[in-house]
Design a protein around this ligand. Structure first.
Ligand code: KIV
Length: 298
């Protein structure tokens, strides 16, 4: 029998193959082609001075991270939204550090150009700056990601400072903070406390954050914060004047059926398309249309 094995998709195009450790190291060192250069924390920060908007999405596994990376995103966030969009929970609170490391490692291995940022989940940094450094350090060591993200501003200033002092790049996150869901009583409410939000953003920058997510705040306030800070602001539900944008990829691709907040633009309707494809497959199997002769071995 002449069984030609179909190579794994990542091996069909040698340019897309995942580099072995040595090649990856060489790749990280080479810097002749700016478009191919891996995004680093300093380059991410420099984008603001260069007036270049930053596009980020979330990803939680190798396949999607490879796809988004190839499509040219600047950054991939391994968000603790994985509790909701991957695990099917109603909040991010149950997500553990081990789970973030498990998913973060797959994403960082797939991303050849994008900056990979991994969320510190609930109660893995709030206890003390020391706890945050130990856990943030584990994330960098065990996943290969470039940075961690944590929710907080003024209330996490010492922690951001401690991480930054330990050379663990930190992206802060202010505005709507999903890990505070029990305290604020729900999600989806626009955050409008201008004084507090500006103070949070300033505190994060002063403490050494290299970037900051602004979630669900009015456009004018996001603009004021973006003008005030020298680090890039990454908005989600914060209008067009942020220095970059992030969306949960399942929302952006229309996989989270029925979730349609005002800020969300869907770039595909994958829930509909995948449902239709699966229904066709089921029908083909039941009617003995698949597999046909062209899918069968002599
Ligand atoms: O966890 C996450 O995916 C996030 C984004 C919504 C910014 O924090």
């Amino acid at each position: 029998m002449n069984e030609a094995k179909t190579p794994h998709p990542s091996l069909r195009n040698p340019c897309k193959a995942v580099p072995a450790p040595f090649e990856r190291r060489f790749h990280e060192m080479s810097s002749d082609s700016p478009s191919k250069r891996p995004m680093t924390v300093p380059r991410f920060m420099a984008a603001k001075e260069q007036n270049r908007k930053l596009a980020m999405v979330t990803a939680y596994d190798f396949l999607w991270a490879e796809l988004f990376d190839s499509a040219g995103v600047d950054g991939i966030l391994v968000g603790d939204t994985l509790g909701m969009v991957v695990q099917g929970r109603s909040t991010t609170l149950p997500v553990t550090l081990e789970q973030m490391i498990y998913h973060g490692e797959m994403v960082a291995r797939a991303a050849k150009s994008a900056l990979v940022v991994v969320d510190l989940p609930f109660l893995t940094f709030q206890v003390s700056p020391q706890q945050a450094v130990e856990n943030g350090g584990r994330v960098l060591k065990e996943t290969g990601a470039s940075a961690v993200k944590l929710e907080g501003g003024v209330n996490q200033q010492r922690t951001i400072q401690a991480l930054s002092d330990a050379d663990i790049p930190v992206m802060a996150h202010v505005g709507l903070k999903p890990q505070s869901v029990r305290k604020i009583g729900g999600m989806g409410r626009i955050q409008r406390d201008e004084k507090q939000l500006m103070a949070d953003a300033r505190a994060a920058e002063e403490a050494g954050a290299f970037s900051i997510v602004l979630e669900l705040i009015p456009r004018e306030l996001a603009k004021a914060i973006s003008d005030e800070l020298s680090i890039p602001t990454i908005g989600i539900g914060a209008g067009p004047d942020c220095d970059g944008q992030v969306l949960v990829s399942q929302d952006m691709l229309g996989l989270t059926n029925g979730f349609q907040p005002k800020f969300l633009k869907r770039y595909a309707e994958l829930y509909r398309d995948v449902s239709a494809a699966t229904e066709r497959y089921v029908q083909d199997v039941r009617e003995n249309i698949f597999p046909g002769p062209e899918h069968s071995h002599d």
